[in-house]
Ligand binder design. Structure first.
Ligand SMILES: *[C@@H]1O[C@H](CO)[C@@H](O)[C@H](O)[C@H]1NC(C)=O
Ligand SMILES: *[C@@H]1O[C@H](CO)[C@@H](O)[C@H](O)[C@H]1NC(C)=O
Ligand SMILES: *[C@@H]1O[C@H](CO)[C@@H](O)[C@H](O)[C@H]1NC(C)=O
Ligand SMILES: *[C@@H]1O[C@H](CO)[C@@H](O)[C@H](O)[C@H]1NC(C)=O
Length: 295
């Protein structure tokens, strides 16, 4: 009878807990510095690492379908959720009720401009599943673009503003918030295919910046707004092409600036002249050395 009762109890316990967590690094020394464990069916607690006593682990992780509240990234490293396409679920979602397969933290420590639609969905669910076109935040709805100056007065297209890129749903210009300005009514979320982008469009719905270089210029294919320092188009100041701008504007097939910076090319410019120069410098210094040595 007692054995049967024990068996039932242990069966019940094994229904609540799914075994020991992975060993993780908490703040400072000792596991009292670990974040407060989430609340769940059973009580969750930190204990000193078994393999590495400088680390900590959750003694018994809840089963993946058990309700949970108050998750943190460190907790999720110890008791991960269900992975997706090989991405481990080691970050706490915004609601704190799951550990999710995001590529980075859902919290404030996240690298700037790294939100993609998958991470927005994983972190925020249906509350904010869309990544803004510049990947800076997750949004619940599409939002108007930034103000730009089109030609003349009015925001008609193509009379004043250039024809918007084709996309689904269709894009259109509207009167901006500033006086005399125009804006794209609703920028497509990050990752939405666009075709026929122009610099003005890219100023209204920028792409992902590269550090502090804003992605406000249309690339050569017109399928992206890229972080080039100047326009990718014909109106570019002559001889200003750099490797970084060639890569952004013209893609990996044409990622090298010509040596005179007049355009882009597929191969690195030859450093032949540099070799001649450095070789002649070596010869010259050898002669000078010989002269000093001999006289
Ligand atoms: C680590 O502990 C220090 C001192 O208590 C605190 O200021 C800091 O915010 C903690 N960091 C984390 C990630 O918990
Ligand atoms: C989660 O915890 C917070 C704060 O402890 C509480 O306000 C909230 O109601 C809890 N949510 C659920 C679903 O239990
Ligand atoms: C921009 O256009 C270039 C070439 O025209 C292409 O190789 C590149 O992939 C495009 N960039 C993006 C982000 O799609
Ligand atoms: C970009 O590449 C295309 C061909 O792929 C080429 O015609 C164009 O001149 C290139 N742009 C620059 C600035 O070199």
């Amino acid at each position: 009878m007692t054995i049967l009762r024990l068996l039932i109890v242990s069966l019940l316990v094994s229904q609540i807990f799914a075994g020991q967590g992975a060993e993780v690094i908490c703040n400072g020394t000792g596991c009292s510095n670990c974040p407060i464990p989430p609340t769940s069916n059973g009580i969750l607690s930190w204990e000193t690492g078994k393999k590495d006593p400088t680390k900590c682990l959750i003694s018994s992780c809840p089963l993946s379908y058990a309700p949970i509240n108050g998750t943190t990234d460190i907790y999720c490293q110890s008791c991960p959720g269900i992975p997706f396409r090989g991405v481990p679920a080691i970050f706490a979602n915004s609601a704190g009720d799951a550990c999710v397969p995001s590529s980075e933290t859902c919290g404030i420590g996240r690298t700037a401009n790294t939100w993609n639609y998958l991470d927005c969905y994983m972190c925020n669910g249906k509350d904010a599943p869309l990544a803004k076109s510049d990947q800076s935040v997750c949004l619940a709805n599409r939002i108007p673009g930034d103000d730009v100056s089109c030609a003349g007065t009015g925001c008609a297209s193509p009379e004043n503003c250039p024809t918007p890129p084709t996309s689904t749903p269709a894009l259109s210009w509207m009167t901006g918030t500033g006086s005399g300005k125009c804006a794209i009514s609703s920028c497509p979320p990050y990752g939405t295919p666009i075709n026929g982008a122009t610099d003005l469009y890219c100023q209204s719905c920028p792409g992902t910046p590269n550090g502090n270089i804003k992605a406000v210029f249309a690339n050569n294919s017109g399928n992206a707004c890229v972080a080039s320092t100047r326009t990718c188009g014909k109106s570019r100041t002559v001889n200003t092409w750099t490797n970084a701008d060639c890569l952004a504007c013209n893609g990996t097939n044409n990622k090298y600036a010509k040596s005179d910076k007049s355009g882009c090319q597929s191969t690195a410019p030859s450093s032949f002249s540099f070799y001649i120069y450095s070789n002649s410098m070596i010869i010259l210094s050898s002669i000078l050395f010989l002269i000093t040595f001999l006289f």
